[in-house]
Design a protein around this ligand. Structure first.
Ligand code: CAA
Length: 295
């Protein structure tokens, strides 16, 4: 009996892609099968209400180098977490030594231009930036090349004191190919971005925070917990309005100021079509906590 209880509690911690759940009969086989489904990552539910999806990159020997298999795992996990109504926010992390040391150089070494072009190399990574639920990067150790780009695809970056960021592609005869010249420039400005991408120099978590790339820096062992707490705080708001707000901030990245302001206004107006906007304002005036339903 105790064994069954234990298995049940383990399985609750692990998220199952919906299409595979039906095939499995016992909680024990479910948790084992889930672990096997993801070769390069771990996926768990965290937070007091288990409403935070935690994705941990788990390719330690290669410092979480972002091979195709790992990026496919992330995409599948994001599909699964986005489809799971109990999940309000997602945290993406690596190990203490490396968030991720970049795209997999072994996989890239013999690639040709035509293979890259016809296969739209790295386009699948865009899945991360298309996540509609809030996604927070909790970065410890190296976040280099594609690792830095992966963190920048997230909505918010929390970093551990020892984190090292950088775009070292220039040192291996190429350039950033997953947003490093674009998102970094928007985050830190042209002069800093040029210095970083043209030298390949690494920079610290404190510098990243000072330049606006990182939102907050914590002692190494606290980063993931703080990111989960941040996710929980965001989840106290309406998930519908959070998604709308996220879309509005993201439009600042992709449009001119006047187009962005127009988008913001339209999205602001759209909140007036929701029950949660009405509930939020009514609750304020009635001096009580709002009860958001995501409608
Ligand atoms: N790809 C493949 N394997 C990698 C890797 C990467 N990006 N980064 C590290 N590894 C592997 C190493 O090859 C090594 O494997 P072996 O034990 O089998 O030899 C293992 O991880 C440990 O690495 P090191 O021995 O080098 O560890 P270190 O502590 O001495 O150095 C490091 C750490 C400074 C991060 C160093 O590993 C390094 O410089 N890595 C490459 C960083 C890089 O250039 N990233 C950019 C990649 S290109 C890119 O990302 C393009 C893009 O825009 C998407």
């Amino acid at each position: 009996m105790a064994f069954v209880k234990l298995c049940s509690s383990i399985s609750k911690q692990i998220i199952q892609p919906a299409f595979r759940v039906q095939k499995l009969s016992t909680p024990f086989s479910r948790s084992l099968s889930t672990a096997a489904n993801y070769e390069f990552i771990k996926v768990e539910k965290k937070g007091e209400k288990e409403n935070i999806g935690l994705i941990t990159l788990n390719r330690k020997k290669a410092l979480n180098a972002l091979c195709d298999g790992l990026m496919n795992d992330i995409s599948n996990a994001l599909d699964s977490l986005e489809a799971d109504k109990s999940i309000g926010a997602i945290v993406l992390t690596g190990s203490e030594k490396a968030f991720a040391a970049g795209a997999d150089i072994k996989e890239m070494q013999n690639k040709t231009f035509s293979e890259c072009f016809s296969g739209s190399f790295l386009s699948a990574w865009d899945r991360v930036s298309k996540t509609t639920k809030p996604i927070i990067a909790a970065v410890n150790g190296y976040a280099l090349g594609g690792g830095c780009e992966l963190a920048m695809m997230c909505d918010i970056i929390y970093a551990g004191e020892g984190a090292k960021f950088g775009q070292p592609e220039i040192l291996i005869g190429t350039i950033p190919g997953a947003g490093g010249t674009q998102r970094l420039t928007k985050a830190v400005g042209k002069s800093k971005a040029m210095e970083i991408v043209l030298t390949g120099n690494q920079f610290t978590a404190i510098e990243a925070e000072k330049w606006g790339l990182v939102s907050k820096v914590f002692p190494v062992e606290q980063v993931v917990d703080e990111a989960i707490k941040l996710g929980e705080k965001i989840c106290t708001n309406s998930n519908l309005i959070v998604a709308i707000c996220k879309e509005s901030v993201n439009s600042a990245y992709e449009t001119t100021l006047s187009e962005g302001l127009r988008t913001e206004k339209r999205l602001f107006y759209s909140t007036f079509a929701t029950k949660d906007r009405k509930e939020g304002m009514t609750a304020f005036l009635e001096k009580r906590k709002p009860d958001f339903t995501g409608e």
